[in-house]
Design a protein around this ligand. Structure first.
Ligand code: FMN
Length: 189
């Protein structure tokens, strides 16, 4: 069984990005993949290297352990002022240390995003890919930009746009295929 962890860059209850992850969760083959969405990002404090050296806070330990237990990560990020939301970047800064042994290293990562603007968080996605690659993740060449997000979900947060669902399925398929290939490479090494 593969473990795929979804991380939403939005903390709000009715987040389109979290809804997008929930929609993705329905597209994995349940016999093959266990998918869960991380729920502890809001508890992660601002990065402080002194705190890290003194022993990371519990919220950070949980985050690091959950990332370490995942075979792959699917991020869905909003765009805040043309970039990654600060709390998501902050969480990745915690995850990235110590850099040589951080739990994202060599982990397959796919990034999608939704925004209420027309471009679907493309700049935030690009920056998140850059950051994840800098940390050592295996960032996949996939993209899904959900623009005008308020028109793609119903009031319960269910994805109603079939074209987006097809594109999301393609992202899920690439992520699963790469994760299997990556595990096979690791087992052969
Ligand atoms: C602080 C802030 C900055 C934002 N900046 C952008 C932006 O640069 N580009 C954009 O398309 N939308 C921007 N938005 C609108 C978001 O796309 C919109 O709030 C979206 O619903 C956030 O994703 P969520 O539904 O997952 O929370 C911004 C929203 C906030 C709160």
């Amino acid at each position: 069984m593969l473990k795929v962890l979804g991380i939403s860059g939005s903390l709000r209850d009715a987040s389109y990005n979290t809804s997008l992850l929930r929609a993705a969760g329905e597209l994995f083959n349940r016999d093959e993949v266990e998918f869960s969405i991380y729920d502890g990002l809001k508890a992660v404090p601002p990065y402080d290297q002194d705190d890290d050296a003194a022993g990371a806070p519990d919220a950070v330990t949980r985050l690091r352990e959950t990332v370490a237990a995942a075979d792959a990560i699917l991020f869905a990020t909003p765009e805040y002022n043309s970039s990654v939301p600060g709390h998501l970047k902050n969480a990745l800064d915690w995850v990235s240390r110590p850099i040589a042994t951080n739990p994202l290293r060599n982990t397959p990562v796919a990034v999608v995003g939704a925004s209420t603007g027309m471009f679907g968080a493309v700049w935030a996605q690009a920056e998140l890919r850059k950051v994840a690659a800098a940390i050592g993740a295996r960032v996949l060449e996939v993209e899904l930009a959900v623009g005008h997000a308020h028109t793609r979900f119903d009031e319960q947060g269910r994805l109603t746009d079939e074209s987006i669902r097809e594109q999301l399925q393609a992202v899920v398929n690439v992520l699963v295929a790469e994760t299997i290939a990556s595990k096979e490479r690791a087992a052969a090494a």
